[in-house]
Each structure stands twice: as C-alpha cells, then as structure tokens.
Design a protein. Structure first.
Lengths: 594, 445
C-alpha cells in the first residue's frame, strides 16, 4: 500500500467520524409559532401540555433530548384529551389524539428547522470536513490503483477483514435478528398485527418449502464455510450501513444534522431546504461516482466494464439526481425517468397519478412514459440484450451494487439452497407488488378502500415498509458486506423478477462458453454477484441462460482461460443450453445421454 | 460391479461422474489428499486470496452422496492385481472389479543437494499449498527453479503477497520449448515488468541448509548464492507411481496404457497425468499432464468400462494458461521450433501484451494452428477450421468468427489480414466480424 493510500484511509475514517458526529453537534429550540397543528383540539391540548412540560424556548443539547421532550409533551396532550368528554358532533379521532398523529404533526423538517449551532451556521464547512474529507480520502486510496499493470487484481480479497465475509451460520444469525426485528417494528409502524403476521407465515412457508419440500435440509451449503468472525471490518461496515438505513427510513428526526449540512446544495439545485431524501440522493450519487472511478481503475483493461460503469454513473447523476431536482426547481412534476414499476412501486399510487395528471403536458408524458417502460421497453429491450440493459447499465440500485458493492461481490451464496430460496422470495415479492398495485388501482378507480375485507391503504403501507424500506434498503444495501452486493436485486427486486422471466424465456441474451477450455477453477462462480454457479455450466461447455443474471460481465473478466462471453443471438439457444453438452471434443463417436 | 478409482483429481472424478451417468455400478473414489474434489489449477488463487478452498470445489459436498459416489480418504500402498484388491496404509483392504488409477503427478527433482530440506516444495498438492502458506509468514525472499507453467504461477503467487522472487530458468527465454520466440519474449518481458528477478540460462546447483534442516539459500550454476526462505521446485512433473513398484502393472515413466487406456493388468485402467501411451498418437507426447486430456481420458475410460470400447482420441490439441495478466490460448499445431513448411502470420499489439499467431502449411496453405496471447479465440471455430484443413485465406477472411473477446473490445482481425496482405501481396478483406449468430451457422455447416 502506498503512502497516499494510507493517507486516504486515514482521511476517510476522519471524514466518516465527523459525518457521524455532526448528528450531535447542533442544539434545538422550538417556539409556539413552530407548531403546525390544524386540528384545534389537538393544537390546544398540545400547547397546554407544552406549558407544563416547558417545551418552548428551551435549548436542547441534542435531538435525542429534544425529541424526548416533544414526545412527552405529546403523551401529556394525548392523556388530557383522553380524559375529556368528546363534544357533540365531533368525531372520536378528531378529538382524541391518536398515536399515528405524531408522525403527521412532527415531521423531521420541524426538527431540522429547530436546530441552531455550528452546522446551521457553517453547513458548507461541515460538509467539506465530513463528506468532502471522506471523498478525498477515497480518491487518494483509489488513484494509485491506476499505476498497477492492467489486469484482474483480486489479490488478498479473502485475506481482508473487510471483504472476506461471514460463514453462512453467522449470516443466518444476522438475518435471524434483522428479519424478526423488522416484522416486530412493522407492528408498531402500522399499528396493525395482521400484515406482519401474514409476512411471518409466508416466511415460514418459504423456509419449509425449501428445506423440507425441496429437500435442502441435508444439503448444507458447505461452500461458504470460512473462519469465524475474521471479517470483522465488514461486519462493522454492515452495521453502520444498516444503522444508516434505519435512521433514514424510520427515524429521520435524528439525522437533521445531515439535512442542515446539505441545505445549501439543495437550495442551489431545487430551491428548497434539504430533506432526508435529498441527503440520501446526493450521497448516493457521489458514492456511485467515486466508486465508479475505482471500477475504472480496477477494470481499465476491460472496455465492457468501462462502458457499463460509465453508464450507471451517468444514469444516476443525470436521471436519478439532477433532472428531478431541476424539475422541482422549475415547479414541474418531478420523476426519475428510468425508475420502472414495480421497482418504482409508488408509480400507480393515487397521489402520484394525480400529481402527474395535474402536471400538464409534462406530467401526462411522464405517466405515459412510465407505462410504456413497463409494457413495451422492458420486454423489448430485454429480448434483444437481456436484463442487463437495466440491471447493470441503468438501474440506481444496480449502480450502487456495481460500484460501492463491487468489493463484496464474492460474498453471494452460490449454493443450490440459496438458489431455491431466491426463486421463491423474488417471485413472491413480484406477486406482492402486483397484488398491492392492483388493490391500489382498484381503490383509485372505484373509490372503495376495501377489497375482500382488506384495507388497501394498509397493504400499500406494508409494502412500502417491508419491501420499499426493509428489504431494498436495510437488507438490500446494509447487508452488502455480509451477503454480497446484490441481495436486493437477487432476492427481492420485483422488477428484476419481471426482467428475469423475460430473459429466461424470451431473450437472445446468454453467456456462451468456450468449448473445452474451462479448468473448473471457480473464479467465475466466486465473483458472480448473483450467486450463479457459473462454473457448473462452463465446465460442461453449456451456454448459460439464467433469470437472475444481470450481465455484469465479471465472470468473463475474471476467467483466467477466456471461457465466458456475454452474447446476444438467438441461434440454437435451446440446444446449446442443454445440460448434457459434451466436453469431449471427439463427440462424434460418443452418443451422449440425455 | 465395484469400480474403484485411485485419485480424486479431474481425471478420476470425471471418470466417476461418467460411470454414474452410464451405469449403476458401485463407485469408490480414493484420495489421500483431500476429502472432496477440488480444482487443482485453482490452488494458486487460494494462496493469492482470490478464493477460499471451498470455492475451488466444483460440486457441493452433498453432490457425491446424491450421486452415490463413495469417497474414501486413504492412501493406497499396494495394488494386488491378481486378487483385485487394494491395500491401504492403515492395513485395510478393498476389493474391486475394475480399477482406475488416476493418481496424478509429483514434482521432478533432479538430485540437487538439499532438495529434500524443509522450505523446499513443489506446487502440486493441497499439502504443497499449505506448506507455501506456512512458510510465507515473514518470508523475505523466494527462489523458484524451473520455467514452466507451475513456476510462473508460483512466481505470481509470491508476487501477490509482495514477496520478492528470483526465478531461475534454464532456457534462453521463458518456456521457449513450447512457445514460439516472440510469445516467449513477450512473457519474459511481462515477468520482468512485474518486478520478478528472472535469471535466464541459469540452473540450480544446490540448496543450502541453515543447520535446522531448512533451506537458507539457493546456489545457482553461475555461482551466485541467493539467500531465501523458500525454494520452489517447478522443473516439471512426473507420474506419481512409486506405490505401484512391485505390482504387476507395467510402467515406464508412467503407467503404460493402450489406446483403450487399459494397463497390462486385467481390469486395471490408468488415466490422466500418470498414464503413458504405449503408442502416442501422431504429434502427441506419451504423457500429457494437463487438465483437458485428464478430463477426456476420464470420459473415455467411463465409456470403456460401462458401454463399449472406444479408443482414446483427444482430438485437436488445445491448451491454455495465464502468465500474470496475459492470457494464453493455443489451438492445433503451433511449434516453438517451426519446421520448414510451417509459415506463420504473427501480429503483436504495440503494448506488447497481446498477439495473434496463425500457423499454416506453406506448401498447401492449410491451416495448422492458432496461438493467442491476451486475445481470446473461440475453441469450436478454430478446431473446425483445423479439422477441415481450411485454407489460410478463407480463415483470414472469416477470422472475426473466431474472436471471443468481450463486447466493446477492439477487434484486431483486420490488422492480421493487413499483415498477411503485406507478406503475400494479396488484397484480402475481412468478411466476418465477431458475431454469435454467424458463428453458430458456421458451426452447423
């Protein structure tokens, strides 16, 4: 490691440290005028309670104590209304203060605006000291990589505590904590036990199907054996990322320091203050760019990787980040034009449809565009090029996975058992997305909020909570260092499931293998982020058509014998994917079994 | 019927898998090296941290039970061909009806003083890898003796851990017995640009003992004493058949087999690195210690045991390797010392790490072989041309069909043709570029 790289790591750690510390730097103060509650009973009760708790005009040193004070005031107001008689003609919950009102009355913006202190006064300075320093450190670490000879440089990955991953038992433990945790939290999130319980039953059903019905119980995935917790740095990273996503999705009140810091950028781009989503979007883009530069360094001998990485960097920066921000600035309906339903699960939500319809010509265009993408573009382009056109060239989730996630690609589980789980889970999510959207549209057109006794609004919220936040964010990205960089894309993404069905049954895309040249070394399988056992095909000389393949091209890149090639072409696709292609070169003499 | 297989490398395992596909015979695969089959060619990647040992196993552990292939961890000390019995080192015995010996190779040692010291190893078995791992701790310098494929792999392994390497190679240029001059020069340059101290035309004289039975230095035939903590012996391999001494199986360098891979003893076959053809096929060596031939022999022997007799026919020669960052593929006949009637078109990229060589018979213009460095060509296409003795000009005009480089890679076929045009005064044009559908329709023809 060069001195520059060591400096880079040092700077990066400092940057991350400052970034984390920023959440605790500012103080908070709120006045009566900041309370924005329209319901007069609720407002009055809250203001009275605030008098007694002394909430107003007091300095709170942290958002934790600040939020605690708001919460206790809220509880007190709730209690006082609970004890009063409901006036005639007023609905019960128009008078009483329901728990769910808290989220509505006290948005993270309120906390952000209540803050004062050094971050508020010098946001750009703090941004530079945190994000800026971390970025610089990252670049210092990456740039010297351009000096090595071009070629595959995977040296030391399995010696690195950052990249070597966990054994499957430790991974199972991480999931065993996370999934029930999400479900339990979901109960409090939705104020309803029904959907968390249904989810738990479905999970149990899938485990039962895979382990017993499909008989995977005895087929232990021995391949992912590895020494204990030697991947400690990856665990720390994973925990940090999981924490980040939990705060982002479910406790944004506590990350207002970041919003404050990103404020100047937000105002410059879209004219408004920074929300947690602006923070996330901008960080996401910066990370894809910096880690994209790392991909350029690592694969600079491989033009497929260069072009593909350039593509995800471009689509993230322009389509996911800049264009929507600028449209907001112009007061136009704003949309990530490459985000396709059902990945973009809110596309058919009433508020989105209404928003687009009322957004004039551009809004109508976006509505039609979104539908064209689902109905025409996905099947058509996937027919010609495979699902890679989206998953590893355009998609934002894919973009992060291919850049930030690249150091962890080897951690995907290649076992047959994992493949079985994958198929049940990802198609289950696709089915859920379709049912949820159908119910939402039913409500939209009929006005009835119930379908066979189920509240469509609840189904929608549960999807957003479980799949939108829990699966795609916390497990999908937080688990990069624990289960590989495509956890979401492989197990959860409903759009990937849809693209995959097209790819599997109606596409020209395949990976061809080069005659008998395979030496079964396993580099292809190891570095397949989707957990495809590429070698099992390559060593049989069998062309590969798999629903999950995102066409990242790394199997072909890491192959030391030039065996794999990503291709588009429909000829002989059914015979060349036969499981019993001969490797024996004089196959004329030998009749192979089917 | 019980088929016992000695050796769980690619040859033995391929035999076992095909016997299972073709029959219901009882199969036992015996190995003293590891419990499960792993890819020997991937050992280097474990050391380099690209993969774990588990990743080099091509089949999950439950595969063997599911396919009723019994695995036995044992060392065969003696084969009693009359009694159809194997004697294991623990005193145990096992009966067989058919025996396949696929016991592989062992590194050559040429009687160098100190060759059996500690910290002196070849790189063939899993145990060799473990030894390299063990002795790498705090290692300041390694000396590698012998410039073949394993030698350069070993150099790459140490290099990946920033351990300085001195590489003693007897030849004038790296692997010049197999590679034509230009390619050999290219690899030689590439070894040096990786910072390896490559000493050509240098041989090992002796290995010095540090007093504890460990190597402390290697002395070259030029009188230089190179202090080192590890000596890698990679001057080729020979069949690992010591345990057959005294059995009735006829051996020379390897176990002698006929074209059906049968040995001199009844019901005993030998395949892979340890087999030596009594009558080598034209243009082929009696012992070919490579992955691909091992696999083909495994397949052939399975047919011989289960179905019908088929002579072993490896078809057109092919091989591949990777020299640090330069991939190498060869199809057909490409000789280091080309005979008079061989002509070749040799194109080299200006970066000096890529080349294409096409060899043809200058008397009748028939294509003979392809040698690729840093460029990938399609096995099936090259093979079809060679098998059908295609005309060099036809090959050149359709050369794009052979290109197997990833998408967006620059195609150099036009430059190869330009070179041929310059040499021959012709004006050929490239008709076919890289394209899968065109390839498949060509292959169907």
């Amino acid at each position: 490691m060069t001195l520059l790289q060591k400096t880079g790591i040092g700077l990066f750690i400092i940057g991350i440290g400052v970034f984390t510390a920023i959440l605790g730097l500012d103080s908070y103060k709120i006045g009566e005028k900041d309370i924005n509650i329209e319901n007069e009973y609720h407002r009055k009760a809250f203001l009275e309670a605030a008098q007694s708790t002394g909430l107003f005009n007091q300095d709170y040193a942290s958002n934790v104590s600040f939020m605690a004070a708001i919460k206790s005031t809220f509880k007190q107001a709730q209690g006082s209304l609970q004890n009063q008689a409901i006036p005639d003609g007023v609905g019960e919950w128009d008078f009483k203060l329901g728990d769910w009102k808290f989220k509505e009355y006290f948005k993270p913006e309120l906390v952000r605006d209540a803050s004062f202190g050094t971050v508020k006064d010098n946001p750009v300075m703090w941004w530079l000291l945190s994000v800026g320093i971390a970025l610089l450190g990252g670049l210092f670490y990456i740039i010297p990589k351009f000096n090595s000879l071009p070629g595959i440089k995977n040296n030391g990955i399995y010696h690195s505590p950052m990249e070597r991953g966990l054994t499957w038992k430790w991974r199972a433990l991480a999931l065993g904590i996370t999934i029930p945790g999400i479900l339990i939290y979901g109960f409090f999130y939705l104020y309803d036990w029904f959907w968390p319980a249904v989810t738990a039953i479905v999970i149990g059903l899938i485990i039962g199907l895979v382990m017993f019905y499909q008989n995977s119980k005895n087929n232990n995935p021995q391949r992912s054996a590895g020494p204990g917790l030697t991947g400690w740095l990856g665990i720390i990273t994973g925990v940090y990322m999981i924490g980040f996503y939990i705060l982002l999705y479910w406790a944004p009140h506590y990350i207002t320091g970041w919003m404050t810091m990103f404020d100047p950028f937000s105002r410059a781009l879209n004219g408004g203050p920074a929300s947690q989503w602006f923070v996330y979007g901008m960080l996401y883009t910066i990370i894809i760019i910096v880690m994209g530069v790392r991909m350029f360094a690592k694969y600079r001998h491989n033009r497929y990787q260069l072009v593909r990485t350039g593509s995800v960097m471009f689509f993230q920066t322009a389509f996911a980040f800049l264009i929507p921000e600028i449209l907001s600035l112009l007061n136009k309906p704003s949309m990530d034009l490459k985000n396709i339903w059902p990945l973009n699960y809110t596309f058919f939500f009433d508020w989105n449809i209404d928003n687009l319809i009322s957004g004039g010509g551009l809004g109508i265009f976006m509505l039609v565009w979104g539908i064209i993408l689902v109905v025409i573009a996905v099947p058509l382009i996937t027919y010609f090029y495979g699902k890679r056109w989206y998953c590893s060239w355009v998609c934002g989730c894919g973009g992060l996975a291919e850049t930030l996630g690249d150091p962890y690609r080897q951690l995907s589980d290649k076992s047959m058992r994992a493949w079985k789980y994958e198929r049940w889970i990802i198609h289950g999510v696709l089915a859920f997305a379709i049912v949820m959207t159908a119910m939402t549209l039913y409500t939209y057109f009929s006005g009835s909020s119930h379908v066979i006794g189920m509240n469509t609004n609840n189904v929608r919220s549960w999807y957003g909570f479980l799949i939108g936040a829990g699966f795609s964010g916390i497990v999908g990205t937080g688990f990069y260092p624990l289960m590989g960089n495509r956890v979401w894309c492989r197990f959860g993404c409903p759009l990937a499931a849809y693209l995959g069905l097209v790819q599997r049954f109606k596409s020209r895309f395949r990976i061809t293998t080069n005659g008998g040249q395979c030496i079964s070394c396993g580099n292809c399988s190891t570095y397949c982020e989707m957990g495809i056992d590429v070698r099992s095909y390559a060593q049989k000389g069998q062309d590969i058509v798999r629903a999950s393949c995102v066409g990242c091209g790394i199997c072909s890149a890491v192959c030391p014998r030039g065996v794999l090639r990503l291709e588009n072409g429909s000829s002989d696709i059914s015979t060349r994917t036969d499981a019993m292609r001969a490797i024996h070169i004089t196959e004329d003499q030998i009749q192979l079994l089917s | 019927m019980h088929v016992a297989i000695i050796g769980n490398g690619i040859s033995g395992i391929t035999a076992a898998r095909y016997i299972r596909k073709l029959s219901d015979h009882q199969i036992t695969v015996i190995s003293s090296e590891t419990d499960y089959f792993f890819s020997r060619t991937a050992l280097m990647y474990i050391y380099m941290g690209h993969m774990r040992f588990e990743d080099t196993k091509p089949y999950e552990d439950w595969f063997w039970k599911k396919n009723r292939i019994d695995l036995k961890r044992a060392y065969v000390e003696k084969v009693d061909v009359k009694a159809h019995a194997l004697h294991f080192s623990g005193g145990e015995k096992m009966q067989y009806d058919k025996l396949i010996i696929a016991c592989g190779s062992t590194p050559n040692k040429f009687g160098w003083p100190g060759q059996d010291l500690k910290r002196v190893h070849g790189m063939y078995t899993y145990q060799d890898l473990e030894a390299m791992e063990k002795y790498s701790e705090g290692l300041k310098k390694a000396v590698i003796v012998g410039g073949g494929l394993i030698g350069i792999e070993m150099a790459e392994m140490f290099h990946s851990r920033h351990i300085p390497v001195t590489f003693l190679v007897r030849e004038k240029s790296f692997w010049d017995a197999a590679l034509p001059y230009e390619e050999s020069q290219m690899v030689t340059r590439h070894i040096r640009e990786n910072g390896i101290d490559l000493q050509l035309e240098t041989e090992l004289k002796e290995i010095l003992d540090n007093g504890n039975g460990e190597a402390k230095a290697a002395v070259s035939n030029k009188g230089e004493t190179i202090e080192c903590g590890f000596v890698g012996l990679t001057a080729g391999v020979r069949p690992n058949i010591k345990f057959l001494e005294g059995s009735d199986i006829e051996t020379q360098r390897g176990i002698l087999v006929n074209e059906y891979l049968e040995t001199s003893a009844p019901d005993v076959y030998a395949i892979g690195d340890c087999a030596q053809a009594r009558e080598p096929l034209p243009g082929r060596r009696p012992i070919e210690a490579i992955w691909y031939t091992g696999r083909m022999m495994g397949e052939t022997v399975a047919y011989n045991i289960c179905k019908k007799k088929i002579a072993y026919d490896p078809g057109i020669w092919f091989n591949s390797a990777k020299f640090f960052d330069i991939e190498y593929q060869v199809y057909g006949t490409v000789l280091a010392k080309a005979p008079e009637h061989h002509a070749s078109i040799y194109w080299e990229h200006s970066d000096g790490r890529m080349s294409i060589r096409i060899v043809y018979n200058k008397n009748n213009n028939q294509i003979l072989g392809f040698n690729l460095m840093g460029v990938r060509y399609r096995h099936e296409v090259c093979e079809k041309w060679i098998k059908e003795k295609a005309n060099i000009e036809e090959v050149l005009q359709n050369l794009g069909l052979a290109n197997f480089d990833p998408e967006f890679y620059k195609e150099y076929e036009t430059e190869v043709i330009k070179l041929y045009n310059q040499q021959s005064g012709k004006n050929l044009q490239l008709k076919k570029r890289r394209n899968l559908n065109a390839v498949l329709s060509f292959l169907r023809k």
